[in-house]
Design a protein around this ligand. Structure first.
Ligand SMILES: Cc1cc2nc3c(=O)[nH]c(=O)nc-3n(C[C@H](O)[C@H](O)[C@H](O)COP(=O)(O)OP(=O)(O)OC[C@H]3O[C@@H](n4cnc5c(N)ncnc54)[C@H](O)[C@@H]3O)c2cc1C
Ligand SMILES: NC(=O)c1ccc[n+]([C@@H]2O[C@H](COP(=O)([O-])OP(=O)(O)OC[C@H]3O[C@@H](n4cnc5c(N)ncnc54)[C@H](OP(=O)(O)O)[C@@H]3O)[C@@H](O)[C@H]2O)c1
Length: 247
């Protein structure tokens, strides 16, 4: 049974008109980086709950979440109105298989996310495990506009801490910004421009990819990769692609 606990908003950051961060104090159970919990508000007498991935690492407090307000979305448009000191329901137990325990051994780990779909990657990258397991780690953040490209301070600090191990690439689809890709992830996997720009070999025998966020990005990227010999990863039939759809 879902066990709801009352959390308190410690901070809300409005990055743009429809992109925001909530920091929450709540006594949740332990979780694994990459997992999600549920947040809920009582709206018109009904508890409205949705899943949200932790952006914070398991040992970080306060808990941190990164949101878009979905157009006409019921809960996200209520969460964005919260203020410090307000209450929010948090599911005590977390769940999800988008975690490193599910990723087979390989040389290079590629993390590809759209929008707020980078959240679980930051949680994972702020733990020790990926840096001990993989020779190279790539993080790709694909957004519509430069204003949507948040958490660059975490990216910069990972670049400094793991100079020879970490590569970051931004995709900004609706603006032309130097040093970023002006397009979408699946096309760059199809024509190999992403790996050429990063100078890192992307082959089934050396890489695993984690895809998160927009379900059409996940689908189209998986299709492009399958045409190149990559396979969906399952426990029983190991492969190279692990996915999490946000809607
Ligand atoms: C495992 C998991 C983790 C998630 N983690 C996050 C997270 O960290 N941050 C985050 O912002 N969202 C996350 N989501 C999405 C989140 O659960 C909600 O779906 C989202 O906030 C919209 O809820 P709503 O009540 O505002 O919209 P609703 O009233 O439920 O309806 C919105 C409509 O838009 C669609 N939709 C839902 N989400 C989006 C979206 N992001 N963009 C476009 N259309 C959408 C839905 O299919 C629906 O038709 C996650 C979803 C899953 C399954
Ligand atoms: N109310 C508003 O003004 C407003 C504004 C922005 C977002 N939103 C809401 O927030 C939601 C999430 O926003 P978001 O910016 O993260 O949305 P998103 O639509 O997932 O865009 C993030 C990135 O993913 C790309 N993308 C979209 N479809 C793709 C596909 N099939 N394959 C590969 N890449 C793809 C986008 O490229 P493209 O630019 O080429 O699509 C963009 O670069 C939106 O769907 C909407 O509900 C509302």
């Amino acid at each position: 049974m879902t066990q709801w606990i009352e959390g308190t908003i410690s901070e809300i950051i409005h990055w743009t008109g429809n992109l925001f961060t909530l920091k929450i104090d709540a006594e949740v159970d332990g979780f694994t980086a990459g997992q999600f919990t549920s947040l809920a508000l009582d709206i018109n007498g009904e508890r409205i709950a949705r899943p949200y991935s932790y952006l914070s690492a398991p040992n970080q407090r306060p808990l941190e979440f990164f949101f878009y307000t979905a157009t006409n979305g019921l809960l996200s448009n209520a969460l964005v109105e919260l203020n410090p000191g307000d209450s929010v329901w948090v599911k005590k137990q977390s769940t999800g298989f988008f975690v490193l325990d599910e990723i087979p051994e390989c040389k290079n780990l590629w993390m590809l996310g759209t929008g707020t779909g980078v959240a679980p990657f930051f949680s994972i990258l702020n733990t020790e495990e990926p840096w001990e397991r993989f020779e190279n780690i790539v993080l790709v953040h694909a957004v519509r506009t430069l204003a949507d490209l948040r958490y660059q301070e975490i990216v910069r600090s990972l670049e400094q801490k793991h100079t020879d191990q970490f590569l970051f690439q931004a995709f900004i689809s609706r603006e032309e910004i130097p040093d970023t890709f002006n397009g979408r992830i699946p096309a760059s996997l199809e024509d190999r421009t992403l790996e050429k720009k990063l100078g890192l070999d992307l082959q089934p025998d050396n890489s695993h990819l984690m895809l998160c966020g927009n379900p059409s990005m996940v689908k189209e990227s998986s299709e492009a990769l399958k045409r190149r010999g990559f396979k969906k990863h399952r426990r029983r039939t190991p492969g190279h692609i692990t996915t999490e759809n946000f809607w």
